[in-house]
Structure formats: structure tokens, C-alpha cells
Design a protein around this ligand. Structure first.
Ligand code: ADP
Length: 440
């Protein structure tokens, strides 16, 4: 089926309602999936395009890889994305970060949010990482992952952004110049009118960003409606589920039932897992227990300069076309810490990311046309190495993870990617993704 989208120049595009700036690649597809599901035709661009060409879409998501950059660099890239989206005529801006609020003490959520607010002339916004469908809820400013506080969850061992404090008012305040407040659940539950009054009261109290409690989708819808006139929203992907309805009510959007349609998937498949998150650990284990082809990538071998990727690609060629191979650097927290102590966390991460990127290119050369990638940073590395500039967003495999199709470049045949944030998906995610890929 041919793409039903039309290329336009920036000046022509009057229909872009929402412009999203995402701090990592899987986060970008996550929020795009949320919008598509509610009938918003959504396109994801990889990085800030250097020309004025944009696709005719209701929402455009700019996927950056800024989560782990020095704050000043993250701010600079986010402002460049903002300027590009503003030139496209967006009505509202959405800064998307992870639903587990992944950040370091130096940022980057606070510095980027404040810089975007200043550029947009916004004196108030909310910070709402909640994604209840994936078990991320916020109550009294504290983030829960399932039944655990963030600080008790697997996130405390994250390789790059270990989260050891669940009190998000405290976490965000440490990253901000302005004052951070709390929008308590009892306020949220009272709906948009009360919420807007509370926004005004907070402005008077000198609060510029409020952590918003939300424990279910109804809370997110109330928040989305209350925030319709704010120039900037900052959130995980959850808040986006309420936006299409708000925009439709305002006459800014005509929902499209075909918004999630992709071309028929063809070609061989493979899985790359560069995440050490608990969900990915379970997925790798399930795959291996099922006796499917799997090959471990050893960071120490990479550090010794061994031709790990070349050998892995040779191994992949030994498998029959029907058997998708898995390549994984995924390891337990204990094994990860031991490697990091030896190689340094950043160095180990960079080595693994580079290897995954090399594998992706090699697999493509071997004819793979459907690639599942686990890990946000890992996905960023893979997408950059493949030279992907635009993704059309398709149907969801699980909440937060859609199949996507590479667009806007000459990769030859159709290439489809499933970019999974490490902690998303059930234990059978990899096989579920591959099955859905065939029947799209
Ligand atoms: P997630 O989505 O789970 O946060 P990411 O891909 O964003 O996953 O981050 C995981 C980071 O850990 C990446 O930089 C990756 O290269 C690195 N990594 C993965 N496996 C290992 C390993 N065995 N040892 C050291 N670093 C690793």
C-alpha cells in the first residue's frame, strides 16, 4: 500500500497541531504511538531536519538523543528542534521524557524544560511522567513503577541514569532554576476548571513547573484538557492520550481511522537487545529458554578490540531464513556493575552501542528488513547508524511500542523497526513483535 502522506514545505503545512521534542528515540516512538492510536497522523523525524521539508501530519515528533548529554548541549539541541517546529506552525509544544523520569542530578529534564519555557514565553507548565497503562503512576509527587517506588524499582540500577529518589518534586527542583511545586491528585480529580485556577494560584506563588499527580487515564485526560492553552507541556507519553480529543473539540484536528496503517512487512527479521532493564532481561531469557537462536555480545571482548560484530554477523548467516536471531548485551545488574567497574560505565555503554549499530548495518546488508531493538540509547545508536531520517508510526505491539516504517530516504525495500524502551513489554515481546510484523 503506498504511503498516503504528502510531502510539503514548512510554510505550506498549516495542519501541524502538536510539535513534540523527545529526549530519546524509543520515547519518541512511544509518544507517537499514543497519538496515532487516537487518530492523529504522526510522523517522527530523527534529529532536527536541516531543511524546511516536512511531512503533512497532525503531529510531528522530533526524536533527539539528549537524555545523557551535558545539559548545555541538550538545551541547544532542544531549542533547535523547537525553532524547526515553530517554523512548521505548531499550536502546542510537548517535551517528552521517560515515564521513569530518567535523568541525572545535572538534568536534563529541568534545564530543557526551562529553556523551552523561556523560548515560548511560557510562565507555567506541568511535569507529568505518569503512564498508568505501563504501571507508572504519580501520587503526592512520588513516582511508582508497578507497586514499587521508583527508587525501589530496577531503575535504581540503570546503567546511565540510576534513579534513587522517587520524590519528583525534589528530583526536578534539583535540576531547575525556578520553583517546582506539586499538583496534588485531589486537585487533578476535580477537573479542568479547578486545575486552571490552581495553575493561576501556583503562578502567584512563584511556581513555574508543577509535578502533576496521575494514577489512571481519566486523570491524564483531565490534565490534558486543563493544559490545552499552555504553550508547553512536559510529560512522559501518557499525557498525549488525552490530547487528540481536546484538539478535536477545538476544531484543530480531524481524527483519521487509518493513522496507524503501514505497508505489508516482508523480509527476514532480527532482534538487537542493548538494554539491561528488568523487562528486557526477562525477554532475553524467555527467547533463550524457547531455544531460539541467541548470541551474547561481550563488552570485555569489545574492549579488547576483538571483531565481535563481524563474528556475530557470520554466525547470523548460519541460520535459516525462518529463524530470527537475537543479539544481546543484556546482563544482570551484578554482571553489569562488574563490567562497568572494569571499563567505566560510559565507555562500556559506548562500546556496546557501537557494536549494536554495526550489527544493524550488517544485518540490513544480509537482507534483514524487520528489526526489533531493545533499549532507548541502543535504538538511538542503531537509527543513527542506519541513517534513518523519518519514521511512519504504525500499530502498537504493546503499550508504548509501535512498529514503524522507515520513510524519506532510499533504503531500497521497505524497512520496519520496532524500537522498544528497555523496560517496556511482557516476557514474550520479541516473538509478539515478529508475529505482528508479519500480519500487518
Ligand atoms: P534502556 O532503554 O533499558 O534504558 P538503553 O539502551 O537506553 O536501555 O541503555 C542501556 C545502556 O547500557 C546502553 O548504553 C548500552 O550500550 C549499555 N549496556 C548494555 N549492555 C551492557 C553491558 N553488558 N555492559 C555495559 N553496558 C551495557
Amino acid at each position: 500500500m503506498p504511503s498516503h502522506r504528502r510531502h510539503m514545505t514548512l510554510g505550506e503545512n498549516r495542519r501541524m497541531t502538536l510539535g513534540v521534542i523527545a529526549d530519546d528515540f524509543t520515547g519518541a516512538t512511544d509518544v507517537a504511538s499514543m497519538l496515532v492510536r487516537a487518530g492523529m497522523r504522526t510522523v517522527q523525524v530523527i534529529g532536527v531536519p536541516d531543511d524546511a521539508t516536512v511531512i503533512d501530519a497532525d503531529a510531528v515528533v522530533v526524536a533527539l538523543k539528549t537524555r545523557n548529554l551535558p545539559a548545555a548541549d541538550a538545551v541547544r539541541e532542544s531549542l533547535a528542534a523547537l525553532r524547526w517546529l515553530q517554523a512548521g506552525g505548531m499550536r502546542q509544544c510537548y517535551f517528552k521524557y521517560c515515564s521513569t523520569f530518567d535523568s541525572t542530578a545535572a538534568g536534563n529534564i529541568g534545564p530543557v524544560a526551562e529553556a523551552l519555557m523561556q523560548a515560548l514565553g511560557a510562565d507555567f507548565t506541568i511535569a507529568c511522567p505518569a503512564f498508568p497503562e505501563n504501571g507508572r503512576t504519580v501520587f503526592r509527587g512520588h513516582l511508582f513503577v508497578g507497586d514499587e517506588l521508583l527508587s525501589d524499582s530496577g531503575m535504581r540500577h540503570h546503567p546511565l541514569t540510576p534513579m534513587t529518589d522517587a520524590n519528583l518534586v525534589r528530583v526536578l527542583q534539583a535540576q531547575c532554576q525556578g520553583r517546582v511545586g506539586l499538583l496534588r491528585h485531589d486537585m487533578v480529580a476535580q477537573g479542568p476548571l479547578v486545575l486552571r485556577q490552581r495553575f493561576d494560584a501556583m503562578r502567584r506563588e512563584g511556581i513555574s513547573i508543577a509535578i502533576a499527580d496521575a494514577v489512571n487515564n481519566a486523570d491524564l485526560r483531565l490534565l490534558a484538557e486543563a493544559c490545552a492553552d499552555l504553550p508547553l507541556l512536559t510529560a512522559g507519553s501518557g499525557l498525549a492520550l488525552g490530547l487528540p480529543e481536546v484538539y478535536s473539540a477545538r476544531g484543530w484536528l480531524l481524527p483519521d481511522a487509518q493513522a496507524a496503517t503501514l505497508d505489508l512487512a516482508r523480509g527476514a527479521a532480527a532482534v538487537l537487545a542493548g538494554s539491561c532493564s528488568l523487562a528486557t532481561q526477562a525477554q532475553v531469557q524467555r527467547w533463550r529458554e524457547a531455544g531460539r537462536p541467541a548470541l551474547a555480545i561481550d563488552p570485555r571482548a569489545l574492549a579488547r578490540g576483538e571483531p565481535v560484530a563481524e563474528q556475530a554477523l557470520q554466525w547470523a548467516q548460519g541460520h535459516s531464513a525462518g529463524q530470527a536471531p537475537l543479539f544481546y548485551a543484556t546482563s544482570t545488574a551484578e554482571a553489569l556493575h562488574s563490567v562497568q567497574a572494569e571499563l567505566g560505565a560510559a565507555q562500556a555503554g559506548a562500546l556496546v552501542e557501537a557494536c549494536m549499530a554495526q550489527l544493524a548495518c550488517g544485518l540490513l546488508a544480509q537482507g534483514v528488513r524487520r528489526l526489533v531493538v531493545a533499549g532507548g540509547e541502543t535504538s538511538g545508536a542503531v537509527v543513527q547508524a542506519l541513517g534513518v531520517t523519518q519514521l511512519r508510526i504504525g500499530p502498537p505491539i504493546c503499550p508504548g511500542v509501535p512498529w514503524t516504517q522507515v520513510e524519506g530516504q532510499s533504503v531500497g525495500e521497505t524497512l520496519q523497526l520496532a524500537l522498544k524502551s528497555g523496560n517496556f513489554g511482557g516476557p514474550d515481546f520479541f516473538s509478539e513483535a515478529l508475529q505482528l510484523g508479519v500480519s500487518i
